[in-house]
Each structure stands twice: as C-alpha cells, then as structure tokens.
Design a protein around this ligand. Structure first.
Ligand code: NI
Length: 139
C-alpha cells in the first residue's frame, strides 16, 4: 500500500455543510473516502479523454426485439467488435422489451465507437455508456 499524505483544505462552511449532507445520504461514513472517490472519478474521466488509454465500460441497451432486423443488427455490431466485448447479459423484460448489458474493455476511442454504434442503432429505445476503470491506475 502506498504512503498516506494528509492535506488541509480550506472550504466555505456552507459548502462543507452541503457536502456533508450529500455524502451522508450516499452512505459515506467519513469525508476522506468521499474526497478520494471524487478524485478517482475525475481521474477516470480524464483517462477516457485520451483515445489510446486503456479503459473499461458498460453499455446498457433497451429495445423491442420485434423491431424488424434489430436483434440481428445489434448482434452483428457486437461480432464486428468482439475483441472489445468481454461479456453480455440479456434480460427479457416483458413480452416486447429486452435489456442488454455489455462489458467492454479496450482503447477509449474503440470502446466509445462500439457504444455509439449500438446506442445509435434505429429502434434502440434507450442506451447509455457508463465509463469506469480497470482499477489498476487507481489506489
Ligand atoms: Ni429479449
């Protein structure tokens, strides 16, 4: 484990009060972990800005499988980018709607390309890319 550094932060009392209430709602038991998570979140965002950085992400899709050729199109895109897709989960939500979650890993530009191709496919009702990290760069 790396060495811990202690820092002092000057912050407006009203702002700190709002922050404390927010982190309490989210279940943090101390400020330090909440600050560390904010910093990690910024570092993950920054990593995704570099097209060549190695990233991990998930794509969530909701679509109606009755839309003509939609399932085939989505499967085709996934096969085109199979090297970036680690795993997929398919849930039949009801008679019509499907939920798919894909776990992707690779260069940020490639992962975004796969996510954009899937989400922008006509007939997909909702899609979202969630960016995260392999964790290797984060303490
Ligand atoms: Ni389904």
């Amino acid at each position: 484990m790396s060495e811990l550094s202690r820092i002092g932060v000057a912050i407006d009392a009203g702002l700190l009060d709002k922050f404390d209430r927010l982190i309490a709602q989210r279940g943090y038991t101390n400020r330090s972990e909440a600050f560390r998570d904010l910093i990690r979140d910024e570092l993950v965002e920054k990593a995704w800005e570099s097209p060549d950085s190695h990233v991990v992400g998930t794509v969530t899709l909701v679509y109606d499988h009755h839309v003509r050729l939609l399932s085939e199109k989505l499967t085709g895109i996934q096969h085109d980018f199979h090297h970036s897709i680690l795993s997929t989960l398919h849930v039949h939500l009801d008679h019509d709607n499907c939920l798919e979650v894909l776990v992707l890993r690779g260069r940020a530009s490639e992962v975004r390309k796969v996510a954009d191709a899937l989400i922008s496919t006509k007939g997909v009702k909702h899609g979202r890319l969630t960016i995260t990290s392999s964790g290797a760069e984060l303490k």
